[in-house]
Design a protein around this ligand. Sequence first.
Ligand code: DHE
Length: 485
Amino acid sequence: MRTKTAAILAGLLVAPNAATAAPDPARLFTEHCAACHGGDRLGAIGPALLPQNLGRLKPGEAVNVILSGRVATQMPAFGDKLTEEDAKALAGWIFAPPERMPDWGVAEIDASRVIHGARLPAAPVHDSRPLNLFCVVETGDHHVTVLDGDRMEPIARFQSRFALHGGIKYSPDGRFAYMASRDGWVSVYDLWGLEMVVETRAGINTRNIAVSKDGKLIAVGNAVPAGVVILNARDLSPVQIIPTDSRVSAVYTAPPRHSFVVALKDTPEVWELPYDTLPLAVRRVPLEAHLDDFFFDQGYRMLMGASRDGRGQVVDLDAGRKVADLALQGMPHLGSGITFDWQGRRLMASPNLKEARITVIDTATWEVVRQIDTLGPGFFLRGHAASPYVWADVFMGPNKDAIHVIDKRGLEIVKTLRPAPGRTAAHVEFTDDGRFALVSVMENDGALIIYDAQTLEEVKRLPMRRPVGKYNVANKIRYEEGTSH
Ligand code: DHE
């Protein structure tokens, strides 16, 4: 019988068998990934590789990306350096939480700030009408196109942070565009000088941003670290961190209330943060059920929300309590809801992420006025006060290439467009006057298609790299009823 020491020596003398030795993902990460994704996995020129930031990527896809690279990004293929086993071990490792989540407080936010030295001219350097500009987010290659909405010509295109998400917001005068990435980067772009002004990383995993009515503050809703970060909108310096005991789902501005309103993922509460006085105080509104995402009436007093399990409720923010239940099924996407007038009544309409229908509700009685059957579950709805139609995508289902045009008067689909047959059609936005509607063909070699919003005929097609959302400056700053706010 061999002694223990002899066995250890034998083990040392046997050459390690590369085919059977288990890969060491931490070592592989440091060797191959850390330079771009950060030694702490917080991201650098590549995105953060923490479980919360990988939410939409499946482990199998991660293995493919590691071995084959990612088209139209700087992610190279590692198939010649790593085995499939290595890639699987790495994928498993990045989907597991780190031993200790890195801190992200005032010091880290401040230290991450990048001031770009923009010229900030006294007048626009272009002759486009500033209020009819659009910012179009192209996630295919992480760029933003600035589009002249009168000529329908791009006037600038710039690299954005990795994976922008949520609506781009604007300063009240429409000059500055504020954008947020899923990795927590907030960027300020000058639409007069066509230059990036300042950027800061306000969180590790960010949901979205909101701008105060006076344009002085930006609220950043974070899932990691859970909380709301208030930034100075001019230079993005941190003003206040408001920790939440739940991941933030979204933060919205409520201009007439002079407050930010926060939806929470894990706590059945809504938080209101009045912003006229610093530091911001927190008003907690307890609820019976979670409100994961919501939508306001045009007066910003009533909040119509749904939890992930589809329970809908109406909350009166003045009274600080639920005042009605909403008869909703599936998973209504209330964050993409819109309102419009119908027969002297104010209606709201919401797409549904799980069911092939759009629900139309009377905001006086909270009764369902109509269920409009669609060709599939949809993500976004858009209207404009000057247009008789509401446009709805249905890309969450098999008919991903269809866009319904719904007549607001009859509450029925009057036309179904297929902008690019077989290819994903998503997200519509109108010009400031409501005359044209812009639709995304949300594919890597996609396009932005401009329709005459009255005749529903195609007017122009601009090639783009997976265009997703597009945001008209005037519609956003005027809180147009058919546009997300
Ligand atoms: Fe979004 C807005 C949440 C997945 C594209 N999305 C929003 C907003 C929220 C939200 C809370 C409102 C932010 C704002 O504008 O201030 N989105 C979620 C989710 O919880 C969900 C379902 C899962 C997740 O991954 O977070 C989700 N969203 C997606 C996508 O997969 C989309 C289609 C592609 C992408 O880029 O990630 C997507 N979300 C968008 C867009 C908006 C948006 C384009 C802005 C819509 C607008 O018109 O304002």
